[in-house]
Design a protein around this ligand. Structure first.
Ligand SMILES: Nc1ncnc2c1ncn2[C@@H]1O[C@H](COP(=O)(O)OP(=O)(O)OP(=O)(O)O)[C@@H](O)[C@H]1O
Ligand SMILES: [Mg+2]
Length: 345
């Protein structure tokens, strides 16, 4: 097929394999590894621990694990241990009996009970108090708990997925997180890569969010000037995909033009973090920009060239490296008129 396979409509061949991943964009090797692990862990009931900086998609992956599992259709219950007030967490987790405390006018089930048959997602688990850590450890070890103020022991069969942006090992060393709970949780750790560790995903994420927000705001899909795409790829993204998503949403809502230009980006992105990644001839002399498809093609061309260089133009290996079919690679080499330099080492 003609056209770049880095655009939203062309990501099918290397996009995540199941519908549960539909919204999770990523074609980089590190994301493909994540998708593979997620599919494997989904079929078991094993506890999964998701690590990664803020905005890397831990919440999305937790839901995808649930949706890929036999528990789909059953509740997916999320609780944020960081934002729920400390005093409320225990009753939120385990529920309470009428009269357990002032205001407990009726029995109320907690999240663990609500998640029966399904999955409970303990977000920001590193923020839990020492007291609550003991109680959660008991659920993990014995699969049971009591409601606050209750005596009846309740069995829990909820699958547990936990997440944190903290370094839990360090928290253990500092005595802030129980070691036994740490080991109980780290049965299958999955670490989500930061966006700067998978910069090749930036163009498709930009394309995805541009299309998504254009649709939501009933606006035409904007193109991107290569120089702007260049800055987006080079920026270190401390807030990861969330930061990128919010930026694109802001631009789509506020901007009236049909091309995203470097001046639409925050000034902090103008500073080059790393040397240029795209061929300099991809940058137009004027400020009018190229259609996004062209900008992405330039990026793709650079990727293909670098893979060919790395593999000394052994196409099978370059195709493997790029995770595309050899025939696709050959077609692209032809389309971009790429030639082996006469003195290729
Ligand atoms: N791979 C991705 N594809 C598409 N959107 C993504 C991806 N990763 C993250 N997002 C977007 O970024 C936002 C943040 O993702 P999510 O809440 O899953 O991150 P998180 O790792 O849980 O962050 P935090 O630690 O701050 O809770 C989501 O709303 C989603 O829109
Ligand atoms: Mg989250």
């Amino acid at each position: 097929m003609s056209g770049s396979n880095l655009t939203p409509t062309k990501i099918i061949p290397i996009s995540p394999p199941t519908a549960a991943f539909k919204e999770i964009i990523g074609q980089s090797q590190s994301m493909k590894n994540i998708f593979r692990i997620v599919e494997k862990v989904a079929v078991s009931d094993t506890t999964v621990m998701l690590n990664g900086e803020t905005g890397t998609g831990k919440g999305m992956i937790a839901r995808a694990i649930h949706e890929c599992s036999a528990r789909r259709g059953k509740p997916f219950i999320q609780i944020n241990c960081g934002s729920t007030p400390e005093g409320l967490l225990e009753s939120e987790f385990f529920g309470y009996r009428r009269g357990a405390f002032t205001g407990a006018v009726a029995d109320k089930p907690g999240k663990f009970e609500m998640a029966q048959g399904g999955t409970i997602f303990l977000d920001e688990i590193g923020d839990m108090s020492a007291d609550l850590q003991i109680k959660v450890l008991r659920v993990l070890e014995e699969g049971e708990f009591e409601r606050v103020g209750g005596h009846e022991t309740i069995k829990s069969d909820a699958r547990i997925i936990a997440a944190t942006h903290r370094d839990l090992e360090e928290e253990v060393q500092k005595g802030r997180f129980r070691e036994d709970l740490y080991y109980r949780l780290y049965v299958i750790p999955i670490t989500l890569p930061s966006l700067r560790e998978r910069r090749t995903d930036v163009p498709i994420l930009v394309a995805h969010f541009l299309a998504d927000f254009a649709l939501k705001n009933r606006k035409p899909v904007m193109s991107v000037a290569p120089a702007a795409l260049h800055q987006l790829v080079d920026y270190p993204w401390p807030g990861n995909v969330r930061e990128l998503r919010n930026l694109i949403e802001r631009i789509v809502v506020l901007k009236d033009g049909d091309c995203l230009l470097p001046e639409d980006l925050p000034p902090k992105m103008a500073q080059k973090m790393e040397p240029a990644r795209m061929p300099s001839d991809a940058q137009p002399a004027g400020a009018e920009g190229l259609p996004f498809q062209t900008a992405v093609s330039e990026f793709e061309k650079t990727l293909i060239l670098s893979a060919l260089e790395k593999t000394h133009w052994v196409k099978n290996r370059a195709a493997e490296l790029l995770q595309i079919k050899r025939t696709t690679l050959v077609e692209k080499i032809k389309r971009y008129s790429l030639e082996k330099p006469s003195k290729d080492k």
